[in-house]
Write a protein of this length. Sequence first.
Length: 376
Amino acid sequence: MDGVHRAGMPGVYAEVRDAGQTWRGASGVADVRTGRPVRPDMRQRVGSITKTFTAAAIMQQVEQGRIQLDAPIGGYLPRLVPGERGRKITVRMLLNHTSGISDYLPYAFPSLQGLPSAPDVSPESLDDNRFRQFRSAELIEMGLTAPPVGEPGGPTGVYSNTNYLLLGQLLEQVTGTTAEEYITRNVIERAGLRHTEFPAGPRIKGPHSRMYEALYGLIDPPRDYSVYNMSWVGPSAGLVSTMEDLNRFYGKLLDGKIVNQSSLAQMQRTLPVRALDGSTIEYGLGLHKVGIPGCGTFWGHDGTVWGAGTMSLTRADGERQMSVAINLVRWNKLDSSGKPQHHPIDDALSALYQQAMCGNGNAQVENASQVPAFVP
């Protein structure tokens, strides 16, 4: 972790569990101006790790017979997804990103369209939307209006936050309460998490770091976005949590304590999905599968929101767990072709993952390419 800080990361903190033993550590600062140190118990905006919580909530409703995985979404939400798409796209396709529905992010943040290579990309939208209150239906419409990224139910998927906003609306439809309230009562509280919540406003309660966004060098020096209205992601990526809570959650999920074993088996049926950064990941229903040669198979998710990156992975046997938080994202500057340039932070994070997941220097996690990239 000290290596990650030395490479240019302001602050990094983590919790690693191995066969009943727990290690927590932190390196660097939570505030570059004051030098306030980062601590391992700090709260973090965990981005798309939220998707696992939302997927677990959906699977609970599947178990109760209120939702069918292979039923068309138009049957549940005819106004939001009308016509042929509503008949072709199933609940499962939303969960595993094979719906073909575009991500709404480039339309909610128009100054980022074409990121990272477009010449006129700017961070203007990030500041414009800091306190904006989005409605889920408004964001969903942006995604549905955009050109589709594939045919529903194809052999490969394309990652889209629109899918999980639709799942949030589905939860509301079948439970009679908001997705955030349902997930809080039936997933967060069931897992015994004490520091995990959907924030009520733009500020994070409790001890936390500032969160620095570099946007591939377009914001220099990086800007703090820890105060932000998270209505732009909601049940797709809006949660605040701690590294301890994340390890507890994934441990209980993989042990069949949040959903039953049949639901878990469905969640672990993976296919190739193209992530927002262009890489390909093995994705199930709200879960990444990560195979590390010589170390094992891990399950979990990663997440990024403006200024904050988080990764949580648990080995298939539940014995080894890693949750890592960083407070600077998109640190790679772009070359003349718009491609992110290699940075020492990449190698340092690779070394950290290797040590945290495998406990030794033997497993090969080349430039972190074996694990999910930090994407929204």
